[in-house]
Design a binder for this molecule. Sequence first.
Ligand code: ZN
Length: 441
Amino acid sequence: MGDGEALPAGVELYRGNHPARFWRLLVESEPPAALWEAAAHEATVELPPAARRGDLDHLLWATLGEGQFGPDHWHLSQPRRLYYLLKPLLVRGLRVRLRRLHAARARRRFPLDWPVEDRYRRFLWEVVGGVMRRLGATELPFLFFWPEGTRFALVLTHDVEDEAGQRFAGRVADLEEKLGFRSSFNFVGERYRLDRGLIDDLLRRGFEIGVHGLRHDGHEYDSWAVFESTARRVNLTLAELGATGYRAPMTHRHPAWMQSLEVEYDTSFFDSDPFEPVPGGTMSLWPFQIGRFWELPYTLPQDSTLVDLLGERTPRLWLEKVDYVSRHCGMALLNSHPDYLRHARYWSVYEAFLGEMRAREGYWHALPREVARWWRRRAEGGHAAALAGGREARLHRPAEGRVEVAPPAGSGPPAPFSGDGERGPGEAAGSGGAGRPILPR
Ligand SMILES: [Zn+2]
C-alpha cells in the first residue's frame, strides 16, 4: 500500500483486534503504539504474501477481514451462482458428486493452508515476541485467553437447514446432554414453521438458539438492498427468539453489510475453508471483533465436508484439529447439521467425536454467547483479578527461538466460574476448575 492510497473499505471494522488487545499484557504501562507497529511490520514475513501490506490496520483487514482475497471476495462467481440456483433441483447423490469434483480443484487453487492454517497464529506470536525483545523482556504476564485456567475452548453449533433437521434436533440435543455437552441451534427464520415447543425445550435444557438467515435460498446476499430488507426481518426473528447469534446461510457473508444485524456475535466466518461457496478464511483460532459484533469463526471442518466431501468415517480430522487448537490455546468451534446427522454415517462420526471429547480434560466447553461475552469482557476489562474467571499466564521468550505461551498453572482447588450474571434462565454457569472440562450442567 503506497502512501496516499485510500484506505480500503472496511478497515475500521477490524481495529478492535490490535495485537495489544489480543495479548492483554499485564504490565505497569502498556508498550507504546509505535513499538507494536514496528514489531508487527517485522512479523509480516509470517503472513501469506497477499496479506503483507501496510500498517497494523491494513494487516488486520487483510487477514481477519479477508482483504487478501481481493476486492470482489464477497461476490459469488457466476458458476457458483448457477450451482446454487440449481442445487434444490439436484438429487443429493449428484450434488455430492459435483461437490467432490469441484473440491480437488478448489483445494489446489486455495491460497491458505487447510485444515490447519497456522500463519496468523505465528504472526501474533512473533508480534509479541518483537515487543518483548524491544522491551528487553524474556518473560511477561498476560491475561489468559480462557477462564479458570482452561487451556482451550470447545463450542458446538448446529444449523437447522430444513424441517427434517428441525424434527431431528431433539435427538441431537439428547445425545449431547447424555454426554454432558450443550450447543446452539441456529434456525432459519422463514423457511419452515418454527417449532416453538422444541425451541422452548432446548432453552430450558441449557441449549442456545440462534438465527440461520431468513430463507436460506441463496439470495440473501445478492445485493445490499436485498440484504438490508432481509436483515430487518432477521432482526425481528432474533428479538422474537431472544437470540443474540447469527450464522449466514451457506456462509455467504459480508462484514460491512452484516453490521445491520442486531447481534452480539456471528459464526459465519471461519479460519480456513476452501470448500465453501465463498472460500477463504480469517486465519484466526480466536474470537475477534468485526465492528459491532464479535466473530466466533468455526475452526473444525463442517460435517458435510468431513463426511460427504472427504469420505471420512471417523472423527480423526476433527480430533487432530482439536489437538492443534489445544496446543495453541485457541477455540475449537464445530458446525454440524441435524439434517445430515439423521444419516447413520454422520451420526456415528459425531457420536464418536463427542465420546472422545468427553474423555479429554482441561478445556472450557461453552455456548457461543458465553464465549463472545467472555472475549468482550477480556478485551475491555482491567487486570486478571478484575475479570471473573480471569487468570494470569506467561509469555516466555528464550534467547534463541520463538515465544512460548505458558498457560496458567492448573493447580489449586477448582473455583466456580460465575461469569457476569448475564446468563438466561436455564443456562447454568459451568463449574469445575483447571484440569477438568467446564461443562454447562
Ligand atoms: Zn445452512
